[in-house]
Design a protein. Structure first.
Length: 426
């Protein structure tokens, strides 16, 4: 009698003493008893993991579908899968069991260490990948390339080796989160750690584009929040110490020119790199640099250009095409060198610059301090510095109407008067 028939029979019987029922049941239904014991064993004992998963994939060749196998290895599932060449479940299991060692060994021989080797070479100037990426996305500045190369080879790869990461699919959001903690553990600040992650993000964008992985884990990774005590405002020099500094002879002409521009125009470094000859315009007898690219929307503005500064820029850009960015080739290293050279000219030590957090960007803070001290008014921040603009300032200095153009030209002349009296004076 089958199990279904047995259940149907018993459901019509009256309840008996459990011992009598067990004896009668065993005697009359031995096949059912055997089946129930097998079921009980299956649910009583924990099933041993096979060490692999079988996946169905459509296949006309194998009559509608075929089984693929994916193996678990060292507690992780290998991303690759292998065809079992059958749609019979038992045969697929047999294939998976018999070929496990061979398949995993060949896989490790082919891909073992590939992840690490790729990471090591991505920012290597001589590697084929780096050269192709440079042609596709433009040359990376050498200073940045070296920094990214160091981050990957000196920090990220040792971390992955310690974690025993073998493939890109193993580099998940939690793994990168642990790497952020590792970076903070080295003593660097949150902003620097977040900057380090940019080197990794660029690699994963490439891997997604090439189909090596499907999702860039960096995209789902939260940046490290900055602490208030880590945020430093840029310092700047006392107004009196800067008098006549640009009338002196400098050995490094590039440092002189970069400092001259930021201390007289208040432009950001990225804005200095983005303007060309065509962006120098005239408005009611006053020269301006028309900034069409900036860090922020409000940074799109017209910046007053003193005649002395204009002459130096024209001299430097002699022979350049009118639509080529004049300072596009300037690197972060040159900006850094520029502010250090200014410190030397002022006979101040590097320790002094570090203690007072004086950098190249300090030129903007100096310009604002100078203009405010001379009584130019709070609207200079919105008018010339590229900060958030209120409606009143928009109306007063509207670049599109005649009144606004006259007002901005008048304001620019006041800037030049202050520069002549407080900065260029000997």
């Amino acid at each position: 009698m089958t199990l279904q028939e047995t259940v149907s029979f018993l459901s019509g019987e009256e309840q008996q003493n459990i011992l009598t029922l067990r004896s009668e049941f065993t005697e009359r239904f031995p096949i059912t008893i055997k089946a129930l014991r097998l079921i009980d064993d299956e649910y009583t004992f924990v099933k041993k993991s096979k060490g692999y998963n079988l996946i169905k994939r459509d296949s006309k060749k194998f009559g509608g579908f075929v089984y693929y196998v994916r193996y678990w290895h060292n507690g992780k599932m290998i991303s690759s899968k292998w065809c079992t060449h059958t749609n019979d479940y038992e045969k697929a299991c047999l294939f998976a069991d018999q070929n496990r060692e061979k398949i995993i060994t060949e896989y490790k021989q082919k891909y073992g260490g590939y992840c690490i080797k790729f990471l090591q070479q991505f920012y290597d100037q001589s590697s084929a990948v780096f050269q192709k990426e440079s042609k596709r996305n433009g040359e990376m500045k050498e200073v940045r390339r070296k920094r990214y190369y160091m981050i990957i080879n000196d920090k990220f790869i040792p971390f992955l080796k310690e974690k025993k990461i073998e493939s890109f699919n193993d580099i998940t959001v939690p793994v990168l989160d642990d790497f952020q903690d590792y970076l903070l553990g080295t003593g660097i600040k949150a902003q620097t750690a977040n900057d380090n992650m940019a080197a990794i993000n660029k690699i994963f964008n490439y891997l997604v584009r090439k189909g090596v992985i499907t999702v860039n884990p960096c995209q789902n990774l939260s940046p490290i929040p900055e602490k208030e005590e880590d945020k430093k405002t840029h310092g700047c020099y006392e107004l009196e110490i800067m008098k006549g500094i640009f009338n002196k002879r400098w050995k490094d002409k590039m440092s002189y020119l970069l400092n001259l521009i930021i201390y007289t125009t208040d432009m950001r470094p990225i804005e200095i790199k983005s303007f060309c000859k065509n962006d120098i315009i005239m408005n009611y007898g006053v020269k301006f640099i028309e900034l069409k690219k900036s860090k922020t929307y409000n940074g799109i503005r017209k910046v007053p250009l003193h005649e002395k500064v204009y002459a130096k820029i024209v001299e430097y850009a002699n022979g350049m095409e009118v639509n080529k960015n004049i300072f596009s080739d300037v690197t972060n290293y040159q900006f850094t060198k520029a502010y250090k050279e200014l410190g030397k000219m002022l006979k101040l030590s590097i320790d002094f610059l570090n203690e007072n957090n004086i950098t190249f960007y300090s030129g903007r803070h100096f310009w604002k301090t100078l203009m405010s001290d001379a009584g130019l008014g709070d609207d200079i921040e919105e008018c010339f510095m590229g900060h958030k603009v209120t409606n009143d300032v928009k109306k007063l200095y509207n670049h599109k109407d005649m009144r606004g153009k006259k007002n901005i030209a008048k304001k620019a002349k006041e800037v030049f008067r202050i520069l002549d009296a407080r900065l260029f004076v000997r």
